[in-house]
Design a protein. Sequence first.
Length: 129
Amino acid sequence: MVYKIPSDDEVLRAIKNVMNNYGVVNSQTKLKELVERDLRETDNDYSVGPQRLRVLALSSDNVSVEIHCRESDTKKSMGKCPVCNHRLKLTKNRTIFDGVVIIGHECTHCSYWTGLKRRVPTRYVFSAK
């Protein structure tokens, strides 16, 4: 199948149109379908990937994103945010013996955070601001 990649401005315009029409979209897959339907009014070959759509929605001033997660048993250190791919900041705590312990990670770009047990994003809820 042949497809075309729309510009960021075109995708942001489509996201804004969808959010104005629906208000709340309960999944990334549904948002992708709605945005592609809006984009295909311009060009029938337009397609956008789910990760790119999520990152653009996070950067938009018109959309707030709620991240639902589950806990994983993995305790591996994380370097990048699984939601927006930005660098994670360490969350530290001082002990009573004046030491420092790492208690988790947080993203400075989006609202993702995790503790010692890794939190894995499972659902995104997009709502209009």
